[in-house]
Design a binder for this molecule. Structure first.
Ligand code: MN
Length: 442
């Protein structure tokens, strides 16, 4: 009989768009197991239910969609806990005792921004030593965790959790258990940490709540074969190391967010090894979902890539601090609210290495009249944020093509790329269509 692997995924409706690639990657590496996926969410569209089912069917595996009632963790909205960044669905892994069938004794929870390279059985099967749950990292945390550090959810990451579901049931670790702990924390001294939240708070996200709630029963397992985040040097040899998975948590290295990478970023990505590896499973999942024949696969690939021919030196990526822009088609972006947010076009790693003086060519249209549309250059500043410089302003007429050429020196203050800001648009429903964008070393 095959060994059984129970995997929990959770999120809101839009997060599940990343599930088909994630599942394909996981199933491919675990064909010798009976893999059962459980998807926790308060709402999943028919399309996503169908897509997840189709991937599971293809691999002769199981996926069960479990609807979480809306009220669970809704009251978190009244807590200062970073709920805007970490919405209530982030807490759904705490509900395993109530929602999973009795037959499930153990489960491993994964965020969907994880790439698998090896069989995870040695992690799944590890001895929990009487703990109710475990989290993983490849570094050694300091011996003593202070109370505040625990509440901040420091040291490691809840993107991967091994959960003893039977123990959760036995000790009634359920919604009421966690919310009682949250209430109790709210009577403690608040924490001030401006990096996380502007206002004082009592615990931060599910990660902070887990540490305090399961104190003494929450194992940190140090392992060299897992990674949360990755840097340039590590990625060069990640294939040689027995890395079982990488959780893409780099906050500013957004091009390393594997699940958000596109065909565009393949051309000039900072982590091509990871991106190519990811796209392999993405294509495979599309083949399964769309039932594509070989030649159609080539078309799928070519349509995406051919739009980019000539856009050398540029990777296109949306970054959503305010989530104002949505990519509605390749190189087409639409504002969905009146916020200020940029569409970023990062320079390729190669260009950054060799270029000193570059020539930028940009052609675009906007669906409405806008005065003062900003083109910016950006670079990382020394505290990990971004420094911006204005390249130019455009007064744009609706649907009239704008053609812009400039030359500039690449230095540390502009070397990451260029971006277009939605600041001057200040309304939803305006479409930006980039028809040409190139940066060349001259
Ligand atoms: Mn994550």
């Amino acid at each position: 009989m095959k060994k059984e692997l129970n995997v929990l995924i959770a999120g809101d409706e839009s997060y599940f768009q990343y599930a088909p690639t994630f599942m394909t990657n996981f199933y491919e590496l675990h064909q010798d197991y009976d893999v059962h996926f459980y998807a926790f969410t308060d709402y999943m569209s028919d399309v996503h239910v169908q897509n997840l089912t189709r991937i599971a069917d293809f691999y002769n595996q199981k996926v069960t969609y479990i609807q979480i009632i809306d009220a669970e963790f809704s009251e978190l909205a009244s807590y200062e806990a970073g709920i805007e960044r970490w919405p209530k669905q982030t807490y759904y892994h705490m509900l395993v005792a109530k929602y999973l069938p009795e037959t499930v004794k153990r489960i491993i929870y994964f965020d969907l921004d994880i790439l698998f390279f090896e069989d995870i059985w040695p992690i799944y099967d590890m001895d929990l030593q009487g703990n109710y749950a475990a989290n993983f990292g490849d570094w050694t945390p300091p011996e003593t965790f202070t109370w505040n550090q625990k509440r901040l959810g420091g040291f490691t990451n809840s993107g991967v959790l091994l959960i003893d579901v039977a123990a959760y049931r036995e000790h009634q670790i359920d919604y009421h258990f966690f919310i009682n702990v949250a209430d109790k924390l709210n009577q403690e001294q608040p924490i001030y940490n401006k990096n996380l939240l502007q206002t004082p708070f009592h615990f931060f996200a599910d990660q902070g709540l887990m540490y305090v709630a399961l104190e003494g029963h929450y194992l940190y397992a140090k392992r060299d074969d897992v990674k949360h985040g990755i840097n340039r040097i590590e990625s060069a040899d990640f294939m040689q190391h027995p890395t079982r998975f990488i959780h893409m948590v780099n906050r500013y290295g957004f091009w390393a967010k594997a699940h958000k990478q596109t065909f565009q970023t393949m051309l000039s990505d900072g982590f091509p090894e990871l991106n190519f590896y990811y796209q392999k499973f993405k294509i495979k999942s599309e083949i399964i979902l769309q039932d594509m024949a070989t030649f159609e696969v080539m078309d799928f690939y070519n349509v995406q890539l051919s739009k980019l021919i000539g856009q050398g030196g540029i990777a296109c990526e949306q970054i959503s601090f305010g989530s104002t822009w949505l990519e509605s088609a390749p190189m087409t972006y639409e504002t969905v609210n009146d916020g200020t947010d940029w569409v970023r076009f990062p320079f390729s790693e190669l260009l950054k290495l060799k270029a000193h003086h570059v020539k930028l060519h940009l052609e675009f249209t906007l669906s409405e009249d806008v005065n003062g549309l900003k083109l910016l250059s950006f670079a990382k500043n020394n505290i990990g944020g971004d420094s911006l410089r204005i390249v130019t302003y455009f007064d744009v007429k609706a649907d009239e093509p704008v053609v812009f050429d400039t030359e500039f020196e690449i230095d540390l203050r502009n070397r990451e790329g260029v971006a277009i800001s939605s600041g001057a648009i200040a309304k939803a429903g305006v479409t930006l269509t980039i028809t040409s964008l190139t940066v060349r070393d001259i």
